[in-house]
Design a protein around this ligand. Structure first.
Ligand SMILES: Nc1ncnc2c1ncn2[C@@H]1O[C@H](COP(=O)(O)OP(=O)(O)OP(=O)(O)O)[C@@H](O)[C@H]1O
Ligand SMILES: [Mg+2]
Length: 367
């Protein structure tokens, strides 16, 4: 989505007339504590606020009218800053990431966010926000291992709830004949069904929160994808979507735990089906699954034309317990992310609200 515009950011500079600021919007932007710069559809810098030129260490006058190329060849900007600008450009414009974080030469943490596309009428708005305080809190939280603790605590509570449930189930079964005599057999059935449902939820939670020790073996990517399609095809059809396996090379082999790999792809297909069901239109749901070789890696992709995600959802996608669904646990993607990292790979995602989402799993190939 961004690629159609990205080349224009590298166009050579053209002359640009700076004029006096007239609108109150610009005054407001000027006073914000975040750095803001706006490139027009031709990649020319048309607005930059006070914070932004302080961050770049350049004057407003020398920035306005520049393209990205111009900026990178500005002799007044130091090498460190140029490197960061270039890295941010690659991460967001080339790889399509919605934001980028970096540490400046004074050890301060910054988050750069890019807003572009239709809502910006082809322009690119970069926002630079200092996030040193958030980082400090995050690091302290990590030091305390609070997330890990929370995960372990929830898993042990879930585990312990199963024991009393088993006892209750046993006693209800003992009471069954008496309830039958009283003509209240129906009550026993309801209680048993509800206990079984609670047990199922706990079982699923325990399974997803603790990926077991990987059983490493050679996995054929083609075999993996074909099996996953077989497993999900009928469920997808019932939900009004179709799964298409895109043509790919048959001989790609990775090393890993087949069960865990299946769990990851199934999680993503299930998410895709749910995103399609949640989208409010009559269009046929389409999930595309495929793989391609990229040097020494394989990229497995799962795309859907479901409801897509906004930037806030994208930012928190892999956080444990983050969910937008009434009955979701929010563990699917955080567990998938951990599994893929354990296999030496990574997951990337691009999404557009009301249009769809594409997940890409990169893994090292052994053949
Ligand atoms: N393909 C997708 N399209 C749109 N949103 C998605 C997609 N995949 C994930 N999401 C968003 O990411 C959130 C987290 O996904 P995740 O799989 O971790 O948990 P979940 O699906 O909510 O619950 P569960 O634990 O049952 O999987 C979802 O609630 C949803 O908002
Ligand atoms: Mg899920």
């Amino acid at each position: 989505m961004i690629s159609q515009y990205q080349e224009s950011l590298l166009l050579p500079a053209r002359t640009f007339q700076t004029g006096p600021m007239t609108t109150t919007y610009e005054d407001v932007l000027e006073q914000m504590d975040s750095g803001i710069m706006l490139f027009d559809e031709e990649g020319v810098l048309t607005f930059v606020n006070k914070q932004m030129y302080a961050i770049l260490g350049l004057s407003r006058h020398s920035l306005l009218g520049c393209t990205m190329i111009h900026l990178l060849s500005n002799i007044q900007m130091n090498r460190f800053k140029k490197k960061q600008v270039l890295r941010g450009y690659r991460e967001m414009m080339k790889k399509g990431k919605p934001s980028y974080e970096f540490v400046d030469e004074y050890g301060r943490y910054w988050k750069v966010t890019l807003c572009s596309g239709e809502q910006m009428k082809g322009c690119y708005l970069f926002t630079f926000k200092e996030i040193s305080d958030y980082k400090l809190i995050e690091q302290t939280a990590y030091q305390n291992d609070s997330l890990v603790m929370l995960g372990k605590l929830s898993a042990s509570i879930a585990h312990e709830i199963r024991n009393p449930l088993t006892a209750i189930r046993g006693f209800i079964q003992l009471l069954h004949p008496h309830l039958h005599q009283l003509g209240k057999e129906e009550y026993a059935k309801i209680i048993l069904a509800e206990i079984d449902r609670a047990n199922d939820i706990i079982h699923e939670f325990l399974m997803s929160s603790k990926p077991s020790v990987p059983q490493v073996a050679m996995i054929s990517v083609s075999g993996l994808l074909k099996e996953v399609v077989l497993l999900t095809e009928s469920e997808a059809l019932m939900k009004g979507c179709e799964i298409q396996l895109q043509p790919f090379q048959e001989d790609m082999i990775i090393s890993g735990d087949i069960k865990q790999m299946k769990q990851v792809v199934l999680n993503m297909i299930r998410n895709a089906m749910e995103a399609i069901t949640e989208k409010v239109d009559d269009a046929m749901g389409r999930i595309e699954l495929g793989a391609r070789r990229e040097g020494a890696e394989v990229r497995i992709f799962i795309s859907d034309n479901g409801k897509g995600m906004d930037i806030c959802t994208l930012d928190r996608l892999f956080n444990p317990f983050f969910t937008t669904k009434e009955n979701g646990t929010g563990l699917g993607l955080s567990v998938s992310d951990r599994i893929i990292k354990n296999h030496g790979g990574c997951i990337s995602v691009s999404s557009r609200l009301n249009e769809g989402t594409r997940f890409v799993i990169s893994l090292p190939l052994i053949q």
